[in-house]
Design a protein around this ligand. Sequence first.
Ligand code: HMG
Length: 390
Amino acid sequence: MKIGIDRIGLYSPHYYVALADVAAARNVDPNKYIIGIGQTEQAVPPSAEDVVTMGASAANEFIGDIDTSKIGLLVLGTETGIDASKSGAVVIQRLLQLPMGMRTFEIKQACYGGTAGLMAARDYVAAHPDKTALVIAADIARYGLASGGEVTQGAGAVAMLVSANPRIMTIEDDSVFISKDISDFWRPVYTDLALAKGKYSTEQYIEFFQTVWARYQQDTGRTLADFAAANFHLPYTKMGMKALKTALPAASAAVQERLLARYHESTIYSRRIGNIYTGSLYLALLSLLENTSALKAGDRLGMFSYGSGAVGEFYSGVLQPGYTDLLAAAKHVQELDARTELTVPEYEAMFNNKVPYAADDYATDPKAVVGAFRLEGVVKQERQYRRNDK
Ligand code: HMG
């Protein structure tokens, strides 16, 4: 039975800052950010948006087109959860007015949470082929103003419907994965700012890729020549390229050229949005599918997922006939182009205006532009959400 991604939706905030401006403010050569790191713009979320509103907005792109009575599982993969106990998934279920008859929970393992959710969904659909699963990967990457990781911040969500006989891409049963307790990146519960050992995390990402890619080749007998493209978790767009380049020398010049061209297309959205942690690999997939005419049904795509701490997984997907009919390239580009550019002081003010880590009541800016859902604030320690577009 074929199982995989039947629909995919994207949401990213309506504000961004240009990284050339951030570089100027930090006395850094802009080419370090734009060429060296590979990021041009960074999405900046107002405090009226969090993983619940962004995740629900991403799913809202297609929820009106699907039979929601068939959804048996709703998983939110995030490392920016809104509560230590209650999952954001149950709030998303309410905001999307989904039926009660589904399993609803949140998964955490750094940036691997989206893939963890997708694999749980795959297994669920394999056991219940007449049902579907909604997987939402949503995050806000925050390292701190003027921190080493600042250039790799970002915010957004990708929602995917997983079903039998999927119309976009199968998720093949060929995963190779490894897990190992390391401290390359983490976020203690008392802070909303991530800590990272930058160079070490980069090295570990590459090492995990090399390990799973070597095992994948052994298990399947496939080589790079079997892939029309390879998508990577993109904490910044140079990162996947560093990993890909370690595998490329084994391929012919034509295969190398093809994979590099597709890699470039897979980074177009990330370059403008930044790291969205759990959703980042799936943002790369969407960027590739919506920015190339070089792929066709039957093509096999490589997928490398990495979540610090750390888990690495490589699997493949096969594009399905008519998959382009389910994409929304023009809408997504129009939404990115329509965002409001912030000056660095405006970005810093938005960054600092956040839901406090305290029991105080808090009101978000009612004028902040948001997606289909809004976080109005916190009253008596309960988050107040509402639909924004009705
Ligand atoms: P840094 O120390 O600011 O940067 O850290 P650098 O000095 O290493 O320079 C970066 C690149 O810019 C280098 O190129 C320089 O040569 C180049 P490379 O050697 O890497 O090819 N450069 C220039 N290029 C052109 N013109 C110039 C110029 N100057 C320098 N003038 C780092 C960068 C990404 C490490 C930092 O921002 C950071 O710590 N970010 C957060 C951690 C991170 O993203 N790690 C990635 C792997 S871990 C991961 O993917 C998981 C994660 O998503 C979290 C999760 O799983 O939840 C992060």
